[in-house]
Ligand binder design. Structure first.
Ligand SMILES: [Zn+2]
Length: 391
């Protein structure tokens, strides 16, 4: 393993030499955190090489880091555990105390130190973007933790934004970085082996630099048009309403032909998970249907979020109306910084998921009697981004 404190570590995990400036915004792209998704790496390599030639005109720093090096070599999603499901404070702290790390823990430790080294070297503001592809066909889209800061930034893309992934997935890298207060989200470019996915990663990355203000060479319209025309029949904001956890990996089979964002009526037989028939008990839009051998997310259901609710939740969150919740019977703060609530569901029955989302809370744990939720807004470093032109 490389020396974890040295700048060589950034170099050894870089897709191509970074653009490093003393001042200005810092953009960190990650490609190939899933080893069967190399499109981001191909695109970032090309982009970084081009940027080197335009170095003098770039108003900040750009890094492209490699995700799962070992899994990329063999083209599998992961070797032992999913590198994009192990990012939590506890798991990261445990890394330095363990003697025998598995393949992904070694990758995680190096990646984490590389990210920290980059943050230590710059003043910021920082932007983290994780490039992915999917097993089924799809228009490009963004997966975003639902904070006002993330919403504010991602609304500048001509792409659908799917909010709330953090409530359904344990331990994605970008959710972890997001909880540290930075703008951080994922981009899904298209199907794994579709050449268009590489073009989409390139357009997304370049457009991101233009939105942030790092480059201004007038190519923005071209990228906007190319990305936007693939999503012209989609809404701008969606939220996740259901996730199917794969029960029997070897016997999980979705019926062929489902497309991402496809409308599916209640009662649809989607396929089989072992001998369990997967029949929808509500209508929705199918999201990230799983058509590959590895992965635990069978499919998600999403629905579009009307602009009215986005506006309402923005107001409620800004006013911090949630501060009065503990005056209600059955609701208590769990932390001094008032970012975590315990809700007794026998007393405070009106706290449905929808209500909590409006006020900016995400579900952490739930039992029959109790719900523990955390505030999605508490950590956001708004001050660091206020001077940006997109803010
Ligand atoms: Zn992925």
């Amino acid at each position: 393993m490389a020396d974890l404190q040295s700048l060589d570590l950034i170099k050894s995990r870089s897709i191509a030499p970074p653009i490093v400036k003393d001042d200005g915004p810092v953009v960190i792209f990650i490609g190939g955190i899933h080893g069967n998704e190399p499109a981001g790496i191909v695109a970032l390599k090309q982009l970084l090489q081009e940027l080197q030639e335009q170095r003098a005109f770039i108003a900040g720093s750009v890094y492209g880091l490699i995700g799962n090096k070992t899994a990329l070599k063999t083209g599998q999603r992961y070797c032992e555990v999913d590198l994009n499901r192990i990012w939590s404070k506890g798991e990261i702290a445990a890394l330095s105390q363990q003697d025998a790390l598995n393949s992904e823990q070694k990758e995680q430790l190096e990646l984490w130190y590389a990210l920290q080294n980059i943050v230590d070297q710059h003043k910021g503001p920082f932007y983290f973007m994780d490039l992915h592809t999917t097993s089924g066909p799809t228009a490009p889209f963004l997966t975003v933790n639902d904070s006002l800061l993330n919403r504010r930034f991602t609304q500048h893309y001509p792409l659908p934004v799917v909010l709330g992934i953090e409530e359904y997935l344990q331990g994605p890298l970008l959710s972890y970085i997001n909880e540290l207060g930075y703008v951080a989200f994922g981009f899904e470019a298209g199907q794994h082996d579709d050449p268009l996915s590489i073009q989409n990663c390139y357009d997304f990355a370049r457009l991101s630099l233009e939105i942030i203000g790092l480059i201004a060479d007038g190519s923005e319209q071209e990228q906007r048009l190319r990305l936007g025309r693939q999503c012209s029949d989609l809404e701008q904001f969606y939220e996740i309403i259901h996730r199917h956890q794969v029960q029997r990996r070897e016997a999980f089979k979705l019926n062929p032909g489902y497309r991402n964002f496809q409308q599916v009526p209640s009662g649809t037989l989607l396929g089989y998970d072992g001998d369990q028939a997967m029949v929808l008990d509500q209508k929705g839009q199918l999201f990230m249907p799983l058509y590959q051998g590895q992965g635990e997310d069978g499919y998600f259901l999403i629905r579009s979020v009307p602009a009215f609710f986005l506006g309402l939740s923005k107001i409620l969150r800004k006013l911090r109306v949630d501060k009065v919740f503990p005056l209600l019977p059955g609701v208590h703060w769990m932390t001094e910084d008032k970012s975590k609530l315990r809700i007794d569901l026998k007393i405070a029955r009106f706290f449905t998921t929808e209500v909590l989302h409006l006020f900016g809370y995400r579900k952490k744990e739930r039992s029959a009697e109790e719900l523990i939720v955390t505030n999605r807004e508490a950590a956001s470093k708004h001050e660091a981004y206020k001077k940006a032109t997109w803010y």
